[in-house]
Design a protein around this ligand. Structure first.
Ligand code: HEC
Length: 118
């Protein structure tokens, strides 16, 4: 995975409205929308916890590893899955350019503070 630019990646995060489902402590994004029921985990502090490949897979194919994540989060009750049993996270495989993906992952890797816990 190339290094990418985390400043540009932050803008990708905003443009794709990831904040609608994910809180990032320390950022001034609009809060996740209440009517979506707090759908995704906070991403603060995630950067140090996973390799870049993990983030890439989450973004282009959330269902590839959602079972693993649910096992680790034990959060099924929180509504991470839709009625059909698949992740509520949309796939960005068709909407994001490779460049945007690389920069977005650099941004996620830069999130090393804010106490995300597994
Ligand atoms: C409609 C709501 C929604 C949107 C929009 C969304 N996500 Fe998610 N995301 C989720 C849910 C629900 C989960 C938990 C289930 C799962 O892991 O697939 C999740 C999981 C994740 C994870 C794994 C977190 C962990 O604890 O391992 C990452 C990373 C992530 N999302 C990044 C993003 C990024 C980057 C964007 C924007 C491009 C985005 N998400 C947009 C709902 C969303």
């Amino acid at each position: 995975m190339p290094a990418g630019d985390h400043h540009t990646g932050r803008q990708v995060f905003v443009d794709f409205e990831c904040f609608k489902c994910h809180d990032v402590v320390g950022e001034n994004f609009p809060a996740p929308e209440a009517e979506q029921g707090d759908v995704g985990p906070a991403l603060s502090g995630m950067g140090g916890m996973h390799p870049a490949e993990y983030f890439v897979e989450t973004i282009i194919d959330p269902n590839a590893s959602v079972a693993w994540r649910l096992k680790h989060h034990k959060d099924e009750a929180k509504g991470y899955l839709g009625a059909d049993g698949t992740s509520k996270m949309p796939s960005y495989n068709d909407s994001m350019t490779v460049r945007q993906l690389i920069d977005l992952v650099a941004y996620l890797k830069s999130l090393t503070e804010g106490g995300h816990q597994h």
